[in-house]
Design a protein around this ligand. Sequence first.
Ligand code: DC
Length: 228
Amino acid sequence: MKKITIAIDGYSSTGKSTIAKELARHLEYVYVDSGAMYRAVTYFAMQNGYIDAEFFDRDTLIAALPYIKLHFEFNAGLGFGEMFLNDVNVEKEIRTIEVSSFVSKIAEVSEVRAKLVEQQQQMGNQKGIVMDGRDIGTVVFPDAELKIFMTASAATRAQRRYDELKAKGDDVSYEEVLKNVQERDYIDTHREDSPLVIADSAIEIDNSDLTREEQLRIVLELVLRFGK
Ligand code: DC
């Protein structure tokens, strides 16, 4: 079957990356987590003191963008590419609640988006790619053959993220995680540049009550339908 481009967008913690990774493995496609790239830029900004709870030096971050080198390296054990920032593996560091609490601010900066979108488009120029994010079907790959928009209630998503963070040993409360999910939903859908919207022709899947297996079956059927 001809290789296609698959764009998966949706709110945070809707399980986009889980389904995207499984889909890529089944189809032998490349999987790209575009959120990891925004998280890596956020981590860079935190490390350099450009952002904290009270302060964001946007202009200095923009000036430093040429010094931010991002790439993914495939980890066969994990089955996906891990995020590297200036040749250092930051896969763990970018998944903390601190990074989650600043990332939407970084993702609002048009200069950051332009740099990351260009790199994402290059990664997809051979097709055979599954990319997840917020603007993949609208901005990065507007011509993707298959566009999926994942949704689930904020409470379901917060519970999933809370369980994940707890399993990693992070000391967080459910209320803190729910607040973070709701704040990110607000910023992601209200920002001026590339807000999260349902792309024309995207297929919406509410996975609040779906198992992983059910979701994968639904998406694989869609690939068969749209991939011809
Ligand atoms: O998917 P995620 O939660 O890891 O993404 C982290 C943040 O990055 C999210 O709050 C919004 C932003 N993001 C974005 O603006 N555009 C993308 N394509 C992917 C993520």
